[in-house]
Design a protein around this ligand. Structure first.
Ligand SMILES: O=C(O)C(=O)C[C@]1(C(=O)O)C=C[C@@H](O)C=C1
Length: 329
């Protein structure tokens, strides 16, 4: 039985994402049974979805071989990267992403059964969720203070256990926990989305699709122009940077690692060549996976410019080879 762990408990946005990703990454699995009330939810194809308390715990389980993969939130369009996931990833070397999905994020507010709205004094939720409903809370529950929880479903559990009056949750939580629904479809920013990735130990990489993403994390020297040099290596090879996020290395003040997302697949020459250049330039480069982009291929996306196409790389390499062999072509 292959265990796929997600940020739990049951009823998180991450569970919703895990169901999408598992179906995609493990064809033949049917991860759509949301009616199951068992802790570990069985799917077909020997895959079982299981909640974990934190992403860090889930990644440790994968690293130790006790679980096959983990699904974690990576980035939200309103609040940015999810630091807990980046830090867990940093600690869980090696771990690579093989699939991603993007979900619309609209919240449901749940409360202690029978509690009048005016009596709600504490609202529990995940910090990323809190940041997406601040205006709504100020308008509808101005007297309530926000209590931080490890996930939106953990917040629902806190209400169930009497440690908070209300919780800002994923819609799925309303099906999983016997709480009163105070409001649905809550979001300060209407079209907010969060991206999630399925990550596992390195193995067979997903094949290039023409619309892929490559993730890496780099450690650079603290000197003038180091970041500019790094970005230049990407730019000259026509590699588009879609995200750059710094996280402290935790060694000392002012020391950072950079998480980068690039358009393209490691199997494309320009991407491989750029990573090789970064390997020469940076203190450390860690590969975090090449996988199909959730948004698929945008027909408006231009193909890589001719000087950095795979064909151009191959032609130039065989020209250099011909020089080495003394028969210039
Ligand atoms: O708490 C959850 O339900 C999660 O899946 C986590 C998470 C996040 O980390 O951003 C996922 C989507 C929403 O943006 C809010 C919370």
């Amino acid at each position: 039985m292959r265990r796929i762990l997600y940020l739990g408990p049951e009823g998180t946005f991450t569970e919703q994402a895990a169901r999408v990703l598992v179906t995609r990454a493990y064809p033949g699995s049917a991860a759509s049974d949301s009616s199951s009330d068992s802790e570990a939810q069985r799917t077909a194809a020997d895959v079982v979805l299981e909640p974990a308390v934190t992403v860090q715990i889930a990644m440790r389980e994968v690293a130790s071989g006790h679980a096959e993969a983990v699904v974690a939130p990576v980035e939200n369009s309103v609040e940015g990267s999810v630091p807990a996931t980046l830090d867990a990833l940093d600690a869980a070397d090696p771990m690579v992403a093989v699939a991603e999905t993007v979900l619309p994020v609209r919240f449901t507010v749940l409360a202690t059964p029978g509690l009048p709205i005016d009596d709600i004094r504490t609202v529990a939720t995940h910090p990323h969720a809190a940041a997406q409903v601040r205006q709504w809370l100020a308008g509808h529950l101005p007297a309530a203070s926000i209590v931080s929880s490890t996930s939106t479903a953990a917040a629902a559990l806190e209400v169930l256990e009497g440690r908070a009056d209300a919780a800002v949750t994923a819609p799925l939580a309303a099906q999983r926990y016997p709480l009163d629904v105070v409001a649905t479809d809550v979001a300060d920013v209407r079209d907010a989305v969060t991206s999630f990735r399925l990550m596992r130990l390195p193995g067979r990489m997903p094949a290039p699709t023409g619309a892929d993403r490559t993730a890496i994390v780099v450690t650079v020297d603290d000197r003038v122009g180091t970041l500019a040099d790094l970005l230049t290596e990407l730019a000259v090879r026509g590699v588009n940077l879609t995200r750059i996020e710094s996280r402290p290395t935790r060694d000392r003040l002012g020391s950072y690692r950079f998480f980068l997302d690039l358009d393209g697949h490691l199997a494309e020459r320009r991407v491989a060549d750029a990573l090789a250049a970064l390997r020469r330039r940076c203190q450390a480069v860690r590969f975090l996976g090449s996988f199909p982009r959730a948004d698929g291929h945008d027909p408006a996306d231009p193909a890589p410019p001719e000087p950095v196409s795979d064909a151009a790389f191959a032609e130039a390499e065989s020209w250099v080879q011909s020089l080495l062999e003394g028969s210039p072509s």
